[in-house]
Design a protein around this ligand. Structure first.
Ligand code: OSB
Ligand code: MG
Length: 371
């Protein structure tokens, strides 16, 4: 069934984190997200742009996302006859980069299409390989090692299946050693967010001793080739995040042996269509994937849950309970985990969680309609 989008509504919200989140590129206390609502025949679909507040993870940030969606992406999609949400990717593919802005709009159209068809988003995208998704947590750089150990203990006790810690030069080998001493048998991994270079090979090899599940994006954000050299020097599998922005790049990285595992983020690759393509290519090569996170509100979080029901999402992802991030989420109920460290999928149409409109309105700092 074809449909047309009559209106795109952009909203910018502010949501303070319950605890700051620190990576090798900086600390975040409060998220400023752009939410996208697409309207067709009285039905609304929702998406979230996963760009950060600053262009430090990649080139995008809240402000650029607003302009890209408003001035470039939305006008290409509005009033067109769409046969499928699969069409959206191609309509905005002339935009160079800015995958998160493109992907926020694309995801909103998938949600809309699921709602028009009265079916859950996970079903619309071809997922549903599992009824509950395995969950891990991503724990940022802390002020001290004891504080980190305390946080890990809390999350392990909450049932999370694997722990990811952030590392950077000066907060790496000794920190991982202490974590391993305290937690010898947990599934543990480290994410460097591009903080190292090939000059650090010897240091990174010292991490092999701690039998990490993987080390995520150790080298430059746009560097695949150096990861080939590093992977050949390490026992620990490399997982790529930042530098895989398309299914094609992922295929090249796999063929070159730049990584053995892939983190898929909906925004980073520009939406569900590309995420599914990347997923399929990894699966065909026997490379497991997991769903990354970008400190999403409930809307982006629920999209991630749907994505993680595709069959090759076999490793626990960075999708965890709302309450780890927010004192109040924009959906009700919030995303919660089971005692097994999983999130159960829901059968309501679209992304499956009603929006808390009253709260959403109260944290909206900017709103604009494009039609
Ligand atoms: O590299 O995975 C990352 C958050 C912001 C930017 C980059 C990353 C992250 C996370 C957090 O690790 C994952 C989450 O809990 O949402
Ligand atoms: Mg990462």
């Amino acid at each position: 069934m074809s449909y047309q989008i009559e209106k795109v509504i952009l909203r910018q919200i502010r949501l303070p984190l319950v605890h700051f989140f620190e990576t090798s590129f900086g600390r975040t206390y409060e998220r400023h997200m752009v939410l996208i609502e697409v309207v067709s025949g009285g039905v609304s679909g929702w998406g979230e742009v996963t760009a950060g507040e600053n262009p430090f993870y990649n080139e995008e940030w809240t402000e650029s996302a607003w302009l890209i969606v408003r001035d470039y992406a939305a006008p290409r999609v509005l009033k067109r006859t769409l046969n499928s949400a699969n069409d959206v990717d191609g309509l905005t593919a002339h935009i160079r980069g800015h995958n998160m802005a493109r992907g926020g709009l694309e995801a909103a159209v998938w949600d809309l299409e699921a709602r028009i068809n009265n079916e859950p988003l996970w079903k619309r995208i071809g997922g549903g390989a599992r009824r509950e998704i395995p969950c891990g947590v991503s724990i940022g750089i802390q002020n001290s090692i004891p504080e980190l150990l305390k946080k890990i203990e809390t999350e392990v006790n909450a049932g999370y299946q694997r722990i990811k810690i952030k590392i950077k030069p000066g907060w790496d080998v000794e920190v991982v050693r202490e974590v391993r001493r305290e937690f010898p048998s947990i599934k543990l991994m480290a994410d460097a967010n591009s903080a190292y270079t090939l000059n650090d090979i010897d240091l990174l090899r010292r991490l092999d001793e701690f039998y990490l599940m993987m080390i995520e994006q150790p080298l430059d954000h746009d560097e695949i080739i150096d990861h080939v050299k590093l992977q050949a020097a390490l026992q620990t599998p490399i997982c790529l995040d930042e530098c895989l922005r398309s299914a094609h790049q992922a295929e090249q990285a796999i063929r070159m042996n730049a990584c053995r595992i892939i983190n898929i983020k909906l925004g980073r690759v520009g939406g569900f269509r590309e995420a599914k393509k990347l997923h399929d290519i990894a699966q065909a090569h026997g490379i497991p994937v997991w769903c990354g996170g970008m400190l999403e509100s409930g809307i982006g979080r629920a999209h991630n849950v749907a994505l993680a029901t595709l069959p090759n999402f076999v490793l626990p992802g960075d999708v965890s309970a709302s309450k780890r991030y927010w004192s109040r989420d924009v959906i009700t109920p919030w995303v919660e985990t089971t005692v097994r460290g999983t999130i159960e999928i829901r059968d309501e149409p679209g992304f499956g969680y009603p929006i808390d409109h009253e709260f959403l309105d109260s944290i909206t700092v900017r709103r604009e309609e494009v039609f």
